[in-house]
Design a protein around this ligand. Sequence first.
Ligand SMILES: Nc1ncnc2c1ncn2[C@@H]1O[C@H](COP(=O)(O)OP(=O)(O)OP(=O)(O)O)[C@@H](O)[C@H]1O
Length: 254
Amino acid sequence: MIKVENLHKSFGDTDVLKGISTVFDKGKTNLIIGQSGSGKTVFLKNLVGLFEPEQGYIYYEDRRYQNLSASERRNLRKEMGMVFQGGALFDSMNVEENVKFPLRMFTKLNNAEMKNRVQEVLERVNLKDVNTRFPAEISGGMQKRVSIARAIVNRPKFLFCDEPNSGLDPRTATVIDNLIQELTKEYDITTVINTHDMNSVFEIGEKIVYLQDGHLAWEGTKEEIHVSENKDLTDFVYSSNLFRKVKVAYQKGL
Ligand SMILES: Nc1ncnc2c1ncn2[C@@H]1O[C@H](COP(=O)(O)OP(=O)(O)OP(=O)(O)O)[C@@H](O)[C@H]1O
């Protein structure tokens, strides 16, 4: 569980996050949505500890980040996995080396143990026989799977994904969404995903946080969006014809 209390973040005179409070539950896929510039990336960067807020608190289970010492923050960092936009794999390392990287950084496992762990997660994300291939030699969807394998190899308690679907065709995007949701349940992870993809919202949005100009303007489940009367949210979510039809179908009980 991650609890956020009255989070403020500014850059110079510009207030970007203006007092966000919410809770992201364990074992759930929590999505952050909102227009470009609403503060999603800045919010996610606060959650992973890349930015320090001016005001407010973030709790990871019972630990208040702002109270932690440098070594406690390092330990917390070991409990986090990240899937970056575009995958962010190391081009000069093959698939196995990419996935092994966090184990080398954060654990004292021996080589055989690391190899076993890497094999286990590669199989879990359905990647077979690609261990010695380099990122440039595999498809975008496979790169995303490698990135997910790397994010979970350390058995994280918290998983953060920045636009995990960007650049993927709709079918592959759905497979990746479902994979992230399955892993979230299987390992009981608190997962927070930053997304522009309305398919993801209706596919895996167990909790959706809608940001508007640095405020949390709405939160709820994918089902609750269909009956929400928040006009900004519904204008945003139903900006495409397809999703307007989805809403009508939902309201008719189809
Ligand atoms: N390091 C920074 N220094 C100054 N301003 C920043 C910095 N990072 C973000 N901002 C500003 O914060 C605001 C919110 O940016 P953010 O990247 O969080 O938006 P976003 O909702 O993720 O947008 P997008 O959907 O386009 O990625 C923007 O006005 C941006 O210019």
